[in-house]
Write a protein that binds this ligand. Structure first.
Ligand code: NAP
Length: 248
Protein backbone atom coordinates (compact mmCIF):
# COMPACT_ATOMS: atom_id res chain seq x y z
CA UNK A 1 0.00 0.00 0.00
CA UNK A 2 1.35 3.42 -0.87
CA UNK A 3 0.38 7.06 -0.87
CA UNK A 4 2.79 7.70 -3.73
CA UNK A 5 1.43 8.62 -7.15
CA UNK A 6 4.69 7.72 -8.94
CA UNK A 7 3.95 6.07 -12.31
CA UNK A 8 0.25 6.97 -12.09
CA UNK A 9 -1.43 8.75 -14.99
CA UNK A 10 -4.18 11.04 -13.78
CA UNK A 11 -6.56 13.22 -15.77
CA UNK A 12 -7.94 16.38 -14.15
CA UNK A 13 -10.71 18.29 -15.92
CA UNK A 14 -10.78 22.09 -15.61
CA UNK A 15 -7.19 22.32 -14.45
CA UNK A 16 -6.49 25.72 -16.02
CA UNK A 17 -7.53 27.72 -12.94
CA UNK A 18 -8.74 27.55 -9.37
CA UNK A 19 -9.11 24.25 -7.54
CA UNK A 20 -8.15 22.20 -10.61
CA UNK A 21 -4.85 24.06 -11.00
CA UNK A 22 -4.18 23.60 -7.27
CA UNK A 23 -4.88 19.87 -7.56
CA UNK A 24 -2.58 19.60 -10.62
CA UNK A 25 0.36 21.32 -8.86
CA UNK A 26 -0.03 19.14 -5.77
CA UNK A 27 -0.42 15.82 -7.63
CA UNK A 28 2.57 16.58 -9.85
CA UNK A 29 4.61 17.16 -6.68
CA UNK A 30 3.55 13.65 -5.57
CA UNK A 31 4.97 12.18 -8.78
CA UNK A 32 1.82 11.83 -10.91
CA UNK A 33 1.86 12.22 -14.67
CA UNK A 34 -1.07 14.46 -15.55
CA UNK A 35 -3.61 14.97 -18.30
CA UNK A 36 -4.74 18.57 -17.97
CA UNK A 37 -6.97 20.75 -20.11
CA UNK A 38 -8.55 24.13 -20.63
CA UNK A 39 -11.92 25.14 -22.01
CA UNK A 40 -11.14 28.85 -22.56
CA UNK A 41 -8.05 29.70 -20.50
CA UNK A 42 -5.39 28.37 -22.88
CA UNK A 43 -2.60 30.73 -21.74
CA UNK A 44 -3.18 29.91 -18.06
CA UNK A 45 -3.10 26.16 -18.80
CA UNK A 46 0.14 26.50 -20.79
CA UNK A 47 1.70 28.48 -17.94
CA UNK A 48 0.60 25.79 -15.46
CA UNK A 49 2.08 23.04 -17.65
CA UNK A 50 5.42 24.89 -17.77
CA UNK A 51 5.58 25.03 -13.98
CA UNK A 52 4.44 21.48 -13.15
CA UNK A 53 6.94 19.15 -11.49
CA UNK A 54 7.88 16.07 -13.50
CA UNK A 55 7.62 15.27 -17.19
CA UNK A 56 5.31 13.66 -19.74
CA UNK A 57 2.18 15.66 -18.89
CA UNK A 58 -0.54 16.03 -21.52
CA UNK A 59 -2.44 19.24 -22.35
CA UNK A 60 -5.29 19.79 -24.81
CA UNK A 61 -8.57 21.65 -25.05
CA UNK A 62 -11.61 20.00 -23.49
CA UNK A 63 -15.20 21.16 -23.23
CA UNK A 64 -16.91 18.62 -20.99
CA UNK A 65 -20.37 19.84 -22.05
CA UNK A 66 -19.62 18.81 -25.63
CA UNK A 67 -19.57 15.09 -26.45
CA UNK A 68 -17.33 15.49 -29.51
CA UNK A 69 -14.79 17.46 -27.52
CA UNK A 70 -14.80 14.79 -24.77
CA UNK A 71 -14.34 12.04 -27.41
CA UNK A 72 -11.42 13.87 -29.01
CA UNK A 73 -9.67 14.75 -25.72
CA UNK A 74 -9.83 11.25 -24.25
CA UNK A 75 -8.78 9.64 -27.54
CA UNK A 76 -5.61 11.75 -27.51
CA UNK A 77 -5.06 11.31 -23.77
CA UNK A 78 -5.44 7.53 -24.03
CA UNK A 79 -2.91 7.53 -26.87
CA UNK A 80 -0.51 9.73 -24.88
CA UNK A 81 -0.74 7.47 -21.82
CA UNK A 82 -0.72 4.20 -23.79
CA UNK A 83 -4.25 3.37 -22.55
CA UNK A 84 -3.07 3.40 -18.94
CA UNK A 85 -5.27 5.81 -16.98
CA UNK A 86 -5.06 5.35 -13.21
CA UNK A 87 -7.17 8.24 -12.04
CA UNK A 88 -9.71 10.83 -13.14
CA UNK A 89 -10.63 13.98 -11.24
CA UNK A 90 -13.95 15.41 -12.45
CA UNK A 91 -13.26 18.95 -11.32
CA UNK A 92 -14.51 21.28 -14.09
CA UNK A 93 -17.68 23.05 -13.10
CA UNK A 94 -19.69 26.23 -13.53
CA UNK A 95 -22.31 28.27 -11.70
CA UNK A 96 -25.18 30.30 -13.18
CA UNK A 97 -26.83 31.63 -10.06
CA UNK A 98 -30.36 32.98 -10.03
CA UNK A 99 -33.35 32.76 -7.73
CA UNK A 100 -35.71 30.06 -8.88
CA UNK A 101 -38.50 32.48 -9.81
CA UNK A 102 -36.22 34.12 -12.37
CA UNK A 103 -34.07 31.18 -13.43
CA UNK A 104 -34.21 30.51 -17.15
CA UNK A 105 -34.40 26.90 -18.34
CA UNK A 106 -31.15 27.52 -20.24
CA UNK A 107 -29.39 28.49 -16.98
CA UNK A 108 -30.60 25.26 -15.39
CA UNK A 109 -29.67 23.15 -18.43
CA UNK A 110 -26.17 24.65 -18.85
CA UNK A 111 -25.16 23.91 -15.27
CA UNK A 112 -26.51 20.34 -15.43
CA UNK A 113 -24.90 19.80 -18.85
CA UNK A 114 -21.48 20.84 -17.57
CA UNK A 115 -21.37 19.66 -13.97
CA UNK A 116 -23.44 16.47 -14.04
CA UNK A 117 -23.54 15.33 -17.67
CA UNK A 118 -19.89 16.35 -18.13
CA UNK A 119 -18.84 14.12 -15.23
CA UNK A 120 -20.82 11.26 -16.76
CA UNK A 121 -19.20 11.71 -20.18
CA UNK A 122 -15.65 11.88 -18.79
CA UNK A 123 -16.12 8.99 -16.35
CA UNK A 124 -17.38 6.74 -19.13
CA UNK A 125 -14.20 7.39 -21.11
CA UNK A 126 -11.84 6.02 -18.45
CA UNK A 127 -13.82 2.91 -17.49
CA UNK A 128 -12.45 0.61 -20.21
CA UNK A 129 -8.75 1.26 -19.51
CA UNK A 130 -9.41 1.04 -15.77
CA UNK A 131 -11.40 -2.21 -16.06
CA UNK A 132 -8.65 -3.70 -18.20
CA UNK A 133 -6.09 -2.81 -15.55
CA UNK A 134 -8.49 -4.00 -12.82
CA UNK A 135 -7.88 -0.77 -10.96
CA UNK A 136 -8.54 2.94 -10.99
CA UNK A 137 -9.91 5.78 -8.92
CA UNK A 138 -12.41 8.43 -10.01
CA UNK A 139 -12.85 11.50 -7.82
CA UNK A 140 -15.70 13.94 -8.36
CA UNK A 141 -15.44 17.46 -6.98
CA UNK A 142 -18.97 18.13 -5.75
CA UNK A 143 -19.91 20.84 -3.23
CA UNK A 144 -21.32 21.49 0.21
CA UNK A 145 -24.14 23.20 -1.71
CA UNK A 146 -25.21 19.81 -3.10
CA UNK A 147 -25.59 18.62 0.52
CA UNK A 148 -27.19 21.73 2.09
CA UNK A 149 -28.94 23.44 -0.83
CA UNK A 150 -28.56 27.20 -1.28
CA UNK A 151 -30.90 30.02 -2.24
CA UNK A 152 -30.06 31.17 -5.76
CA UNK A 153 -28.22 27.96 -6.65
CA UNK A 154 -30.97 25.39 -7.31
CA UNK A 155 -29.35 24.40 -10.62
CA UNK A 156 -25.87 24.08 -9.10
CA UNK A 157 -27.10 22.24 -5.98
CA UNK A 158 -29.03 19.75 -8.14
CA UNK A 159 -25.99 19.17 -10.37
CA UNK A 160 -23.75 18.41 -7.39
CA UNK A 161 -26.27 16.22 -5.51
CA UNK A 162 -26.84 14.39 -8.81
CA UNK A 163 -23.10 13.86 -9.18
CA UNK A 164 -22.94 12.33 -5.70
CA UNK A 165 -25.71 9.85 -6.60
CA UNK A 166 -23.99 9.18 -9.92
CA UNK A 167 -20.72 8.47 -8.10
CA UNK A 168 -22.38 5.95 -5.77
CA UNK A 169 -23.94 4.10 -8.72
CA UNK A 170 -20.62 4.05 -10.56
CA UNK A 171 -18.98 2.73 -7.37
CA UNK A 172 -21.49 -0.13 -7.14
CA UNK A 173 -21.15 -1.06 -10.82
CA UNK A 174 -17.37 -1.00 -10.83
CA UNK A 175 -16.32 -2.23 -7.37
CA UNK A 176 -15.86 -5.83 -8.50
CA UNK A 177 -13.55 -4.59 -11.28
CA UNK A 178 -11.31 -2.73 -8.85
CA UNK A 179 -12.48 0.73 -9.95
CA UNK A 180 -13.41 3.13 -7.15
CA UNK A 181 -15.54 6.28 -7.29
CA UNK A 182 -15.72 8.91 -4.54
CA UNK A 183 -16.57 12.57 -4.04
CA UNK A 184 -14.85 15.48 -2.37
CA UNK A 185 -17.40 18.06 -1.27
CA UNK A 186 -15.58 21.37 -0.72
CA UNK A 187 -16.99 24.16 1.38
CA UNK A 188 -16.01 27.72 0.46
CA UNK A 189 -12.61 27.70 -1.23
CA UNK A 190 -10.64 30.76 -2.22
CA UNK A 191 -10.77 30.85 -6.06
CA UNK A 192 -12.18 33.05 -8.84
CA UNK A 193 -15.54 31.29 -8.32
CA UNK A 194 -15.76 32.76 -4.79
CA UNK A 195 -13.82 35.96 -5.67
CA UNK A 196 -17.09 37.37 -7.09
CA UNK A 197 -18.70 37.38 -3.61
CA UNK A 198 -18.81 40.82 -1.98
CA UNK A 199 -17.32 41.50 1.49
CA UNK A 200 -20.70 41.22 3.14
CA UNK A 201 -21.34 37.80 1.59
CA UNK A 202 -17.83 36.64 2.55
CA UNK A 203 -18.34 37.79 6.15
CA UNK A 204 -21.67 35.95 6.31
CA UNK A 205 -20.05 32.78 5.00
CA UNK A 206 -17.12 32.93 7.41
CA UNK A 207 -19.45 33.40 10.37
CA UNK A 208 -20.93 29.98 9.53
CA UNK A 209 -17.57 28.21 9.14
CA UNK A 210 -16.43 26.90 12.55
CA UNK A 211 -12.78 27.06 11.43
CA UNK A 212 -13.36 30.70 10.50
CA UNK A 213 -11.46 30.70 7.23
CA UNK A 214 -12.04 29.84 3.60
CA UNK A 215 -10.36 26.67 2.41
CA UNK A 216 -7.34 26.67 0.11
CA UNK A 217 -6.99 24.74 -3.12
CA UNK A 218 -4.33 22.68 -1.35
CA UNK A 219 -6.86 21.61 1.30
CA UNK A 220 -8.85 20.03 -1.54
CA UNK A 221 -5.80 18.66 -3.34
CA UNK A 222 -4.65 16.73 -0.26
CA UNK A 223 -8.02 14.96 0.04
CA UNK A 224 -8.02 14.21 -3.72
CA UNK A 225 -4.53 12.76 -3.36
CA UNK A 226 -5.74 10.44 -0.60
CA UNK A 227 -8.66 9.16 -2.71
CA UNK A 228 -6.42 8.60 -5.74
CA UNK A 229 -3.73 6.78 -3.79
CA UNK A 230 -3.69 3.18 -2.60
CA UNK A 231 -4.09 4.49 0.97
CA UNK A 232 -7.84 4.64 0.27
CA UNK A 233 -8.04 1.26 -1.48
CA UNK A 234 -11.05 0.06 0.60
CA UNK A 235 -13.01 3.30 0.17
CA UNK A 236 -15.63 3.64 -2.56
CA UNK A 237 -19.00 5.34 -2.99
CA UNK A 238 -18.15 7.88 -0.28
CA UNK A 239 -18.11 11.63 -0.02
CA UNK A 240 -15.50 13.45 2.03
CA UNK A 241 -16.47 16.94 3.16
CA UNK A 242 -13.59 19.42 3.15
CA UNK A 243 -15.42 22.43 4.51
CA UNK A 244 -13.93 23.65 7.80
CA UNK A 245 -16.98 22.30 9.64
CA UNK A 246 -19.51 24.36 7.64
CA UNK A 247 -21.78 21.33 7.22
CA UNK A 248 -21.56 18.15 9.33
P1 NAP B 1 -13.17 28.19 -11.33
O1 NAP B 1 -12.05 28.91 -10.66
O2 NAP B 1 -14.30 28.95 -11.91
O3 NAP B 1 -12.53 27.23 -12.47
C1 NAP B 1 -13.38 26.42 -13.23
C2 NAP B 1 -12.55 25.50 -14.09
O4 NAP B 1 -13.46 24.69 -14.84
C3 NAP B 1 -11.68 26.24 -15.09
O5 NAP B 1 -10.47 25.54 -15.25
C4 NAP B 1 -12.51 26.17 -16.37
O6 NAP B 1 -11.73 26.17 -17.57
C5 NAP B 1 -13.17 24.83 -16.22
N1 NAP B 1 -14.38 24.71 -17.02
C6 NAP B 1 -15.50 25.45 -16.96
N2 NAP B 1 -16.40 25.02 -17.87
C7 NAP B 1 -15.82 23.97 -18.52
C8 NAP B 1 -16.22 23.11 -19.56
N3 NAP B 1 -17.43 23.22 -20.16
N4 NAP B 1 -15.37 22.15 -19.97
C9 NAP B 1 -14.15 22.02 -19.39
N5 NAP B 1 -13.69 22.81 -18.42
C10 NAP B 1 -14.53 23.78 -17.99
O7 NAP B 1 -13.84 27.14 -10.34
P2 NAP B 1 -13.25 26.46 -9.00
O8 NAP B 1 -13.66 27.28 -7.86
O9 NAP B 1 -11.83 26.10 -9.19
O10 NAP B 1 -14.16 25.14 -8.98
C11 NAP B 1 -13.67 23.86 -9.38
C12 NAP B 1 -14.70 22.81 -8.95
O11 NAP B 1 -14.89 22.88 -7.53
C13 NAP B 1 -16.08 23.03 -9.56
O12 NAP B 1 -16.66 21.77 -9.87
C14 NAP B 1 -16.85 23.71 -8.46
O13 NAP B 1 -18.23 23.48 -8.57
C15 NAP B 1 -16.26 23.04 -7.24
N6 NAP B 1 -16.41 23.80 -6.00
C16 NAP B 1 -15.82 25.02 -5.84
C17 NAP B 1 -15.97 25.69 -4.63
C18 NAP B 1 -15.32 27.02 -4.35
O14 NAP B 1 -15.56 27.55 -3.27
N7 NAP B 1 -14.53 27.57 -5.24
C19 NAP B 1 -16.73 25.12 -3.61
C20 NAP B 1 -17.32 23.88 -3.81
C21 NAP B 1 -17.13 23.23 -5.01
P3 NAP B 1 -11.41 27.51 -18.44
O15 NAP B 1 -10.91 28.54 -17.47
O16 NAP B 1 -10.35 27.05 -19.36
O17 NAP B 1 -12.66 27.89 -19.12
Amino acid sequence: MSSSLENKNIIITGASRGIGAGIAKYLAQQGACLGISYANSKAAAEELLKNLDGEGHFLAQLDISNEESVDAYFKEANKHFNNKIDGLVNNAGITKDQILLRMKAAEFDDVIATNLRGSFLCSQKVLKPMMKARGGSIVHITSVIGQMGNAGQANYAASKAGTEAFSKSLAKEMASRGVRSNCIAPGYIQTEMTEVLDDNQKENILSSVPMNRMGSTEDIAKAVHFLLSDDSEYITGQSIAVNGGLYM
